[in-house]
Ligand binder design. Structure first.
Ligand SMILES: [Zn+2]
Length: 162
């Protein structure tokens, strides 16, 4: 059983345990499993709890598009600047926006806290009031000298008991 994630805001309702479970299941069911340190570090999985018009709940799981995957699909980017993977929350957000009013998003779990530059503002704009749940917040692991004390792979190994 994955550990209970942190929430934002802190007073949000508890995270549906099915969300981290779905993210872990996604990692384990992939061939090869996405559980090596490299893949724990290079891939972020997000799982969103939603409800359809009939009140039936479901979970949508999305990984980020890794840089390797982008290169495979589109060839090497023209400039190194363009070699940025598409974040998992952006992909999930797009999926829900495409499905318009069919689903209501109830909870957003992401292994890493949505990034402050892109995903955070997108989620606040399109899914206002929906609580976030996460395991890794980079800011919690930065030393005063700016070095990173713990990487996502180490944290995920612990919370998933891998
Ligand atoms: Zn992001």
């Amino acid at each position: 059983m994955p550990r209970v994630p942190s929430s934002y805001p802190s007073y949000a309702a508890p995270c549906d345990p099915g969300l981290p479970e779905a993210a872990l299941k996604f990692r384990l069911s992939h061939s090869p499993p996405l559980t090596t340190p490299r893949l724990l570090g290079g891939i972020n999985v997000t799982a969103w709890l939603y409800q359809d018009r009939a009140g039936v709940k479901g979970i949508q799981v999305n990984p980020n598009t890794t840089i390797e995957e982008l290169i495979r699909q589109f060839g090497p980017a023209a400039t190194p600047d363009a070699e940025v993977g598409i974040h998992s929350e952006m992909r999930a957000g797009e999926w829900f926006r495409m499905h318009g009013s069919q689903y209501r998003v109830l909870q957003i779990f992401s292994e890493r806290i949505p990034c402050p530059k892109m995903c955070g503002p997108m989620l606040r704009a399109y899914f206002p009031g929906v609580p976030w749940y996460y395991y890794y917040d980079r800011r919690s692991w930065i030393a005063p000298n700016g070095s990173i004390l713990k990487h996502p792979a180490q944290v995920l190994k612990t919370v998933y008991s891998l």
